[in-house]
Design a protein around this ligand. Structure first.
Ligand SMILES: [Zn+2]
Length: 65
């Protein structure tokens, strides 16, 4: 084993990552994103909702600097 080469990373096509991020994991519909901004805490909350099955599957908090 050649340690100089490091750990090989699996090649994941960018399209696949984008699709996983924008499509519903259950029905494959396009997700709609809603953002709520909390100016008091300098925070933006992102939520992905599926319009077809109503799954809310992703929430991210972003801190505004
Ligand atoms: Zn869905």
């Amino acid at each position: 084993m050649d340690l100089q080469k490091g750990i090989p990373r699996p090649e994941v096509p960018k399209e696949e990552i984008v699709e996983a991020y924008t499509k519903c994991c259950l029905c494959g519909s396009d997700l709609t994103y809603s953002y709520s901004t909390d100016y008091m805490n300098f925070k933006v909350t992102e939520q992905a909702t599926c319009p077809s099955c109503g799954v809310k599957n992703r929430t991210h908090d972003y801190v505004i600097n």
